[in-house]
Design a protein around this ligand. Sequence first.
Ligand SMILES: [Zn+2]
Ligand SMILES: [Zn+2]
Length: 158
Amino acid sequence: MSLLVSVLITLATFSFMEFWAWFMHKYVQHGPLWVLHRSHHVRPSPRPFERNDWFFAIYGALSAGLFITGANGQRWWFWVGVGIALYGTVYFFVHDGLIHGRLPFWKKTDNVYLRALNMAHKMHHKTQGRDHSEEFGLLWVSPKYLRLARQQAGKKAR
Ligand SMILES: [Zn+2]
Ligand SMILES: [Zn+2]
């Protein structure tokens, strides 16, 4: 497998995962699997681990399986595993770390894009119930939050 193809598969998987995470969040986690996801909407979280964390375990196991059977990158699905693992890592740092403060060392940022993500996701958490929530994606943020984040940054600079 050439380097270019490996990189392309990884990037395509990473992008697809944002769509997949949005879809799962909107139609499955806020649907039939609300039993697992509800723990994430109870704020503040009573325990260090939430039932919702099972989703990380599931994707972790999936990408581990792809690594193990992927013949050290000889098989294309190895790179699908890399894309899933990368997305999971970014998701964890941004969503659980920065937005929900579960990491001790990264609770604030001045980056406009990350602040926009934070605003959009806080909007998602406005409702504690299963229904009537919005903003189910994570890294794909609607321009209105980018505008808001830019305005805030402008005010701070003055
Ligand atoms: Zn949710
Ligand atoms: Zn959240």
